[in-house]
Design a binder for this molecule. Structure first.
Ligand code: ATP
Length: 440
């Protein structure tokens, strides 16, 4: 991990405080002191998150002929987690400080010194700590009713593989995608929403013929596709990196893995993983469920277990990367330079002075635009302050209805990044905005 500079620590603090102030992100159950590793999204945050998920779904599912979607339950039969290996080995090595009772990941301790109280050589033996949250289904709390909150979304996809193959017109190569919550009892949740205990994933399992060259070809394809996806939605190229795993880093089931990493203010860290999971998962689920999850290929007349290429992204980590990348301090303003497609509010409408007829006209424009995009109406305070508020929210266009508007039936549209203003006919506003949003 590249080490952060003091300047970047300050940037992280500024991003976190902007998120709180402008209702992007709050601590979960803040009135009770919060819950470590859990976060709530406010009005702007939820729009941003929604736009990221929509952009992913549009590019990974809707616009393709070879991927279908599912939405699986969070609670699954506990055998799932035995088959996937999570019960056995989804663990982190953990130590407790005997002085302050703090609990830490053993691999994150340096010089045998407690990161919390500073005491040296005061740790317990390393123990393996399972990261899955346990829960009970039904009224009786015993071993037979115990299950887990899913720690990843993809197992629901593998468990439904045969259902999809037998009911949809999918043919290898094809993918099954899902967006949903995942839960991990992380020992040290940290870096704001980067490592949380409850988070969302966007995962897609892409099933291909079990030939190494075929799997390799699709691995290359998805690695590039996913890297480009972040660029396409505005992440700057100099902060985005692809890192190929060394063979020694690979999970036991994986034949290849690449991390898409981002230079967060706290250092370079994983945004998304793209892995060649081989035929491991389908074979394991066949073995544990005693259901044959092999696939009959009508073209080759052969039955086999497909290989799987998996791009697995975190919604919250993507959102944090978009926020950090967009955050810009200029002499006169703080501005979130979001790509227009993911900006929470697309257009703000300002009636300039409270003259006869003007608020009516502004409201009419607002109501029309609101049918199509998330818009914000602001008639409070000086127009300069209204612009600043929208800059901080990342709104790409501000429409000002001024003294001339009622007579000439025109408004000014101000573009967020350049701050340039253009006079546009009222009946052309939608075309103007659509061209810039959709063409962006
Ligand atoms: P890390 O090494 O950071 O713990 P991982 O390699 O265990 O991550 P995966 O199991 O590959 O992560 O999960 C896929 C994606 O899910 C990650 O790239 C990340 O975007 C997201 N993710 C995983 N754990 C968390 C978490 N605790 N909080 C937020 N997002 C997470």
């Amino acid at each position: 991990m590249a080490s952060p500079t003091p300047n970047s620590e300050q940037k992280m603090q500024s991003v976190v405080s902007l998120c709180r102030r402008r209702a992007f992100i709050f601590q979960s159950s803040e009135i009770y002191g919060g819950l470590n590793g859990c976060w709530d999204y406010g009005p702007l945050g939820v729009e941003l998150k929604w736009n990221i998920k929509q952009a992913w779904w549009r590019d990974m599912v809707m616009s393709r002929d070879d991927v279908v979607g599912v939405d699986c339950s969070i609670l699954m039969n506990p055998r799932t987690w035995e088959a996937s290996g999570h019960v056995q080995s989804f663990t982190d090595p953990m130590v407790d400080c005997t002085k302050c009772k703090g609990r830490f990941r053993a691999d994150q301790i340096s010089n045998n010194q407690c990161p919390s109280c500073g005491t040296k050589n005061s740790f317990t033996e390393t123990r393996q700590f399972n990261l899955m949250f346990k829960t009970y289904v039904g009224a009786v709390e015993d071993n037979s009713s115990q299950t887990y909150l899913r720690p990843e979304t993809c197992q629901g996809i593998f468990a439904n593989f045969a259902n999809i193959v037998s009911t949809s017109r999918v043919k290898v190569p094809f993918g099954i995608a899902q967006i949903g919550k995942a839960f991990r009892n992380e020992i040290n949740p940290r870096n704001f929403i980067f490592r949380s205990r409850e988070f969302e994933q966007m995962e897609m399992e892409f099933f291909v013929r079990p030939e190494p060259q075929e799997a390799e070809k699709w691995f290359e394809y998805w690695k590039t596709f996913r890297y480009d996806w972040y660029l396409k939605h505005g992440i700057s190229k100099e902060r985005l990196h692809l890192r190929i795993h060394e063979p020694s880093e690979l999970a036991h089931y994986a034949a290849g893995c690449a991390d898409i990493e981002y230079d967060f203010p706290f250092g370079r860290s994983e945004l998304e993983g793209v892995a060649n999971r081989t035929d491991y998962d389908l074979k394991k689920h066949s073995e544990f469920s005693k259901k044959d999850l092999s696939y009959f290929d009508a073209e080759t007349q052969k039955r086999y277990f497909p290989y799987v290429i998996e791009p697995s992204a975190g919604v919250d980590r993507a959102l944090l990367a978009f926020l950090c990348d967009a955050y810009t301090e200029e002499p006169e303003r703080v501005v979130l330079k979001f790509h227009p497609k993911i900006a929470p509010v697309k257009v703000a409408i300002f009636p300039l002075v409270n003259k006869d007829g003007m608020p009516d006209l502004a409201e009419k424009i607002y109501k029309e635009l609101k049918h199509r995009w998330n818009c914000f109406y602001d008639d409070k305070g000086a127009v300069g302050r209204r612009y600043r508020r929208q800059d901080e929210a990342g709104t790409p266009f501000c429409v000002t209805v001024d003294g001339e508007s009622t007579a000439s039936y025109t408004v000014t549209i101000r573009e967020r990044d350049s701050m340039l203003q253009e006079r546009v006919a009222i009946d052309q506003i939608q075309t103007y905005v659509a061209k810039r949003l959709e063409g962006a």
